[in-house]
Unconditional design. Sequence first.
Length: 354
Amino acid sequence: MYKLLIRPFLFLKSPENAHHFTFNMVKNLFKLPGVSGFIKSIYTVKNQSLETRLFGLNFKNPVGLAAGFDKDAKLFDELGAFGFGFIEIGTLTPKAQEGNPKPRLFRLPEDGSLINRMGFNNQGVEAAVVRLKNRKSGVLIGGNIGKNKVTPNDEAAKDYELCFDALFDYVDYFVVNVSSPNTPNLRELQEKEPLKDLLNAVQQKNKSKESPKPMLLKIAPDLTDSQLDDILEIVAETGIDGVIATNTTISRDNLKTDKQRIEQIGAGGLSGKVVRGRSTEVIRYLNEKSNGELPIIGVGGINTAADAIEKLEAGASLVQVYTGFIYEGPGMVKRINKGIMKWREERASLASIK
């Protein structure tokens, strides 16, 4: 029904208007008695083989919603009812900011992809905290944090620390985002020394807590092998808990969409089917180089169970979706979980035979 009726209707609207329309529709729908339970009964897959323990947390299933969809923590309870094992909110910054000028979100239907240059638009971390205080569901929540556009890179750590302090009591894990291509100079923080300094600053805050929270780093798919080697070294030195691979790409390779259309759209991060291969390559490289010891959440181009399993086989422990959720609809989460369940049960059966 989603592809036949709902998606064609939503795709008549601009991508950003469609997003806000969907949020309002879901929010209002869930106010009706019994809707939440009904949606859960349709979309949730419960099975012991799906349960995953990572970072000291128990994930009911390994399929999460990536950051960027629920930036301001407005819909996490409702989204959890659609079968996700975890929801990542943000990217949040200390102060509210409008983000980049519109239009800033573009569909590439031929490629099953999106280009965005949102620019960390959000209402600020304190506004998100107000909503998180009213959290009703038990879905695990990650807090993806960044810096304000006006904050210079040499003062970036203060922004990340402010977000960390504000969110600490209300999220289950943190993600340091330095890999968005849509905030000027942000990706410079991925360089070895600036990144090490930033992570050490946030980790110092984290380790001062009685019960520190898992701390992850989200990286770009555009890093070279030597830069990925630096990431592994930094992870070891700073003691962070894992990596999310990967964010959007600035590459425009292998697109079916007309080149003139791509040029008209201009700058932004590309997500969706076309980044699937590179994302998996990064996961496999990090997994092999770390001898399988680095916890990785795989994201990038996941539309089907086969796509998710590809990430898991490459070395990811969990996966996240975003663009695929827009193109495939909520039923995708159930299909992926069922596919992973079957895959894990088959592996367990083969292992028992051996």
